[in-house]
Design a protein around this ligand. Structure first.
Ligand code: AMP
Ligand code: MG
Length: 493
């Protein structure tokens, strides 16, 4: 079963080569009866791989981990992490493997990684497995994020293993083949720093600089410039999440990348009604990872990254802390600049900030007070810019409060001398009609795991063009019916 196969991918494993102390060569546990459930043909093309070859038994064997392609050195990566605020010195890929790195058609280095591929030396008490449903969920939400223009890891394929996995009930098992610009996390730096060898830490930092933040290499203090780059990409990323109502759900430091890509779609979900306190994850009792806390948590995680990097920042500990603190403090400005810019775009207010800055905050208070759907609102507001107020007024139980706000909003649009129709079109380019709504995702996964792939494929098609209203897709553009109760997601998937 583990015979080498002809190379579908040409691997160049820089991580395994350069950072052997931070990973362990390992093999997947063979899946008894692999069946390809979903294949991302667009992504395969980006990787320069023939999708037809991936659909053959040899291709599926690679995607599920049954075959190790020639030239690959699969490894389980080591990392530490703060989980819900508590430090765990050794996490690592407990049920995942980095198969290898490939150069895509644009010459970018991308990781090919398997999740659900069996126990590794980092498995602790876990079974190394993943149920099929959550792997399909990661596929669809990642693709939705990608189509929304948000940096993310992406699914190449999901393969059913033919094995049952024990959770609350027995569930079909699955393996996700995932592509990322790398799987280097804040937790990877925490792990390297905890080894107490600054030479290893430096090698990891140099590797991450080359891969993700090459401009830092030219700076007077490359490691400080690297830190600043990570702070910047994470501030930008979290702003993007907030602008579409995305709740990651488990922002532990091991689930935060150095590249600025969203990673690990476990208990994540999108807001319906706007409420900063929204939590979906069943284990997030304190609301640590609530929607509205995400920027603060990102900054907290970046403080943990700074602590790990201190030995590289300055030989003088106090000077290192001072330099890191100054960069960390800039997170707020970097985040708010992106958020404000994005909110103005959502409201059709192009150009620089104006005296109407309070518009955004007042709007969010209104949406919160009247429990208005965050996604539906902005498309309906574009209709109002086109002259039809009825859809947006209909979203409010007490539309008078909205009317007062809308008068100020119209004044702000015209003060910028923007033609309202042009503003409406610009709004529609940034405000999605279709997001992976919880009930739609559940429906698609239930059908797929029961053997009917069509709802899943249909949902993927809808979410691939999130900004383009299409007739016949009305049910994809509205929240679940009232009375369906609060949505809950589960960790330990
Ligand atoms: P997560 O919160 O899903 O990002 O995972 C946190 C840690 O738990 C990582 O080290 C995972 O590799 C590990 N883990 C999660 N589920 C399992 C499992 N079923 N078997 C082994 N390790 C797991
Ligand atoms: Mg994780």
């Amino acid at each position: 079963m583990s015979a080498p196969v002809r190379p579908l991918f040409a691997f160049d494993d820089s991580y395994a080569r350069e950072l052997g102390e931070l990973c362990q060569p390992w093999r997947a546990t063979p899946a008894p009866d692999p069946r390809l459930m979903a294949l991302n043909e667009g992504l395969a093309a980006e990787l320069g791989v023939d999708a037809r070859a991936l659909r053959t038994p040899e291709g599926v064997a690679v995607l599920v981990g049954n075959a190790v392609p020639d030239g690959a050195t699969p490894v389980a990566q080591a990392y530490a992490g703060h989980q819900f605020g508590g430090y765990v010195p050794r996490l690592g890929d407990g049920r995942a493997l980095l198969v290898g790195e490939v150069h895509d058609v644009l010459g970018r280095r991308r990781d090919l990684h398997l999740k659900g591929s069996g126990r590794t030396p980092f498995a602790r008490g876990g079974d190394g497995r993943a149920p099929l449903g959550p792997m399909l969920r990661e596929y669809v939400i990642g693709e939705a994020m990608h189509a929304l223009g948000i940096p993310t890891t992406r699914a190449l394929a999901v393969v059913a293993t033919g094995e049952q996995v024990a959770r609350d009930t027995m569930l079909p098992g699955g393996v996700l083949a995932r592509v990322a610009s790398s799987h280097i996390r804040v937790g990877t730096f925490q792990y390297a720093a905890a080894q107490g060898e600054s030479e290893l830490l430096r090698r990891l930092a140099d590797h991450a600089i080359t891969r993700h933040h090459p401009a830092a290499a030219e700076a007077a203090n490359p490691y400080l410039a690297f830190y600043e780059s990570v702070v910047d990409v994470q501030a930008a990323l979290v702003a993007r999440w907030m602008l579409v109502g995305f709740v990651h759900g488990v922002m532990n430091t091991d689930n935060m990348t150095i590249s600025g890509e969203t990673i690990d779609y476990g208990p994540c979900a999108f807001l319906d009604a706007y409420d900063p306190a929204t939590v979906f994850s069943s284990i997030d009792h304190g609301g640590r990872y609530a929607y509205g806390n995400q920027p603060a948590v990102a900054q907290w995680n970046l403080a943990r990254l700074a602590e790990s990097l201190l030995p590289l920042l300055d030989p003088e500990p106090e000077a290192a802390v001072g330099a890191a603190t100054e960069v960390l403090r800039s997170f707020g400005d970097r985040y708010h600049r992106r958020l404000d810019e994005g909110m103005r775009a959502k409201l059709g207010l192009t150009g620089p900030a104006g005296p109407d800055d309070a518009l955004t905050g007042d709007l969010l208070a209104l949406l919160h007070a009247q429990r208005v759907d965050f996604t539906v609102f902005f498309r309906a507001l574009a209709d109002a810019a086109r002259g039809d107020d009825a859809p947006v007024r209909g979203l409010f139980g007490e539309p008078e409060a909205f009317d007062a706000w809308a008068g100020r909003w119209r004044a702000a649009v015209s003060a910028r001398q923007v033609d309202p129709r042009g503003a409406a079109e610009a709004m529609d380019r940034v405000n999605p009609v279709y997001i992976p709504r919880n009930h739609l995702v559940e429906e698609a996964l239930a059908a797929a795991t029961a053997g009917d792939p069509l709802p899943f494929e249909r949902l993927l098609e809808v979410l691939a063009r999130p900004f383009e209203t299409r007739p016949g897709l009305e049910r994809y553009a509205v929240p679940a019916e009232a009375g369906s109760g609060p949505y809950r997601t589960f960790c330990g998937t």
